[in-house]
Design a binder for this molecule. Structure first.
Ligand code: MTE
Length: 299
């Protein structure tokens, strides 16, 4: 089995330093392990995660309201047990997979990622989750599949925001298959080692760290493999402002505001704004996915 980077590293895990550094570069930083000094030569940066309080109180989850504080107030209304994820479309083993069965089969890792919202704020989140590729391999992706579509649960009585036509519910998102299979793309089930709270997309949400936050769809109940580019909620709501790809790009402004910089949430380290990085700092890992594409056209 391929080398896997786990949070609780042992000496044995780090004997192959070259492999470890390589993995570390892919992960784009590991704060809190006290190993930053080892990374001389590697493009590594210790990311300082935001406080649990910030991550769980300043949220976007429109199914519970459009205010940043609404999700933490109302998301507890959503019953997340039992939970299953329907995996269908172009897969060998379609079905309704119980969440506990999924979690039992997957390797849960900690991934400390930058998270950049299209609204130009950002934070650093220590997610717990597994690679989406592993889940897709479990279902058996068929030749010919080119995209992955995702859907959030829709229960009007448990999700007060869905009584208003803010978006065309249910919330849907999509990735190209190679984006979905990329090792940086994870399904998160926790933050700081605790199960996800409702406001952060309990019990299972997508995290794609090089894309604007709205691609990271919450409370996923369906994953469909398809050969056509799936519709996505924000693109349906306003195609001029929100594209299918939505890769973080400081050079392509939102029609109504600049994307050149971002406000780091709850940070005392930075006064005001910091420059936004191409692909949110994951350029070395993901730029190859978009070679030959006009990033202004495919925004
Ligand atoms: N998923 C659903 N189902 N509904 C939403 O409103 N908001 C998106 C994304 N996923 C959203 C969603 C947006 S705009 C962002 S920035 C992130 O979730 C916010 O994730 P967080 O609240 O955990 O920081």
């Amino acid at each position: 089995m391929a080398y896997r980077w786990k949070n609780n590293l042992t000496d044995r895990d780090v004997t192959d330093e070259a492999a470890w550094l390589n993995r570390r570069q892919i992960m784009g930083g590991m704060a809190g392990l006290g190993l930053a000094g080892m990374a001389s030569g590697a493009r590594a940066e210790a990311l300082e995660p935001n406080a649990y309080e910030d991550i769980t109180s300043y949220c976007n989850y429109y199914e519970f309201g459009t205010g940043k504080g609404d999700p933490s107030k109302y998301a507890h209304m959503l019953a997340t047990e039992p939970w299953s994820v329907k995996i269908d479309g172009m897969v060998d083993r379609p079905g309704d997979y119980a969440l506990e069965d999924i979690l039992a089969k997957m390797t849960i890792e900690e991934r400390i990622y930058r998270f950049r919202c299209v609204e130009a704020w950002s934070m650093v989140v220590p997610w717990n989750g597994f690679e989406l590729a592993d889940l897709l391999e479990m279902a058996g992706v068929q030749a010919g599949a080119k995209y992955v579509a995702f859907e959030t649960v829709l229960r009007k009585d448990e999700m007060p925001g869905t009584r208003y036509p803010v978006l065309d519910w249910p919330y849907v998102e999509g990735l190209r298959l190679d984006e979905a299979m990329h090792p940086l793309t994870i399904m998160a089930s926790g933050i700081y080692g605790k199960p996800l709270l409702g406001q952060n997309g309990a019990p299972l949400r997508l995290v794609v760290p090089w894309k604007y936050g709205f691609k990271s769809i919450k409370s996923v109940v369906r994953i469909t493999l398809t050969d056509t580019q799936p519709p996505t909620s924000w693109n349906k709501a306003n195609a001029r402002e929100y594209g299918f790809y939505s890769n973080v790009n400081p050079e392509v402004d939102h029609p109504r505001w600049s994307q050149a910089s971002e406000r780091v949430l709850g940070s005392s380290l930075f006064a005001g704004k910091v420059p936004t990085q191409m692909f949110n700092g994951y350029e070395d890992e993901v730029a190859g996915l978009y070679q030959g594409m006009d990033l202004r056209k495919f925004f």
